[in-house]
Design a protein around this ligand. Structure first.
Ligand code: NAD
Ligand code: ZN
Length: 278
């Protein structure tokens, strides 16, 4: 590590960010020369991707929204009047493991019926073309791997994996419905979802891979994340400060000039295939 960056970065950071949607720029009009329509902005990002040695991608719940997986903060964010933040915690599991498993069983059932959307497939295609690409996801649904991404860095775990609260063994478990409570076949301990819950520490090896990728990226794509869950939310800033060209893809893109170079206000499943044509 250390000499990974090519030295030809940094022009974007001085130009300020811009949001471009179907109806053209919404702020900082003309601040990125030549990128005054969505078409131009997409061409510019494609050109950056073609020149990039290292590409880092971060995806959040919005990436899978078009596949039918509900986001936490959208309209479908509640389950039996519980907020996700009140169920996805070690305290909730200690208090009522049955309730937490019922919620996960419901989510697993929903996700089992979902397939990757054109955005997942475009990112798998980009990986084919860019061997230096690292895909980091906050999603736990496993859809990137289903689309063909080889080794996504799953920051928050995977909903199809379980971990024994006794012997800590991690294994794949695709049963839908899962018997509640599920028990470990080795030691008989209660199984929990292999998910990083609110208030829990992330795996240090996974964090290192994620931060390393964004530190050394020439181009960083931030797709479908509201940027409120740390530490994933700081990855864009790390890349930007290190000189990467940072692109956001989100229908609610804010186009915060301090955080991104270009904000493409559109859906992942529509914008990403245009960034990565066949
Ligand atoms: P979030 O729910 O906070 O935000 C979702 C973001 O996606 C919003 O900014 C929204 O504007 C955007 N969005 C909605 N539709 C989109 C589309 N079609 N294309 C692009 N963007 C779109 O999600 P988050 O920031 O990922 O944080 C939620 C946390 O919950 C994460 O830690 C994640 O692990 C977990 N989660 C995962 C899944 C999943 O695995 N699919 C689903 C829900 C929540
Ligand atoms: Zn066990």
């Amino acid at each position: 590590m250390g000499a990974g960056r090519g030295g030809q970065h940094g022009t974007g950071a001085a130009q300020g960010g811009q949001t471009v949607g179907a109806r053209g720029p919404q702020k900082d009009e003309g601040s990125v020369p030549g990128a005054d329509t969505l078409e131009d902005a997409i061409a510019k990002v494609r050109e950056r991707l073609a020149r990039a040695g290292h590409v880092a991608v971060l995806t959040g719940a919005g990436m899978s929204a078009e596949s039918g997986v509900p986001t936490f903060r959208g309209e479908d964010g509640l389950w039996r009047n519980h907020r996700a933040e009140d169920l996805a915690t070690p305290e909730a599991f200690a208090r009522d493991p049955k309730l937490v498993w019922e919620w996960y069983d419901w989510r697993r059932g929903l996700i089992a019926g979902c397939v990757p959307n054109p955005g997942h497939k475009a990112l798998a295609g980009l990986e084919e073309r860019e061997p230096g690409l690292t895909l980091v996801t906050q999603n736990v649904d496993g859809l990137h791997a289903l689309a063909g991404s080889r080794d996504p860095v799953e920051m928050h775990g995977n909903i199809w994996k379980v971990r024994c609260t006794g012997c800590q063994r991690v294994s794949e478990d695709r049963r839908v419905p899962i018997p509640i409570l599920p028990h470990c076949g080795v030691c008989g301990g209660v199984l929990r979802p292999h998910i990083v819950w609110f208030g829990e520490a992330l795996d240090p090896g996974i964090l290192e891979r994620a931060f390393g990728a964004f530190e050394y990226a020439d181009v960083a794509l931030i797709v479908g994340t509201s940027g409120v869950v740390q530490p994933a939310a700081s990855l864009a800033g790390i890349a930007r400060r290190a000189g990467a060209f940072v692109v956001e893809v989100n229908p609610d893109a804010a186009g915060d000039a301090a955080a991104v170079d270009v904000a493409l206000a559109g859906k992942a499943g529509e914008v990403l295939p245009r960034l990565v044509p066949d």
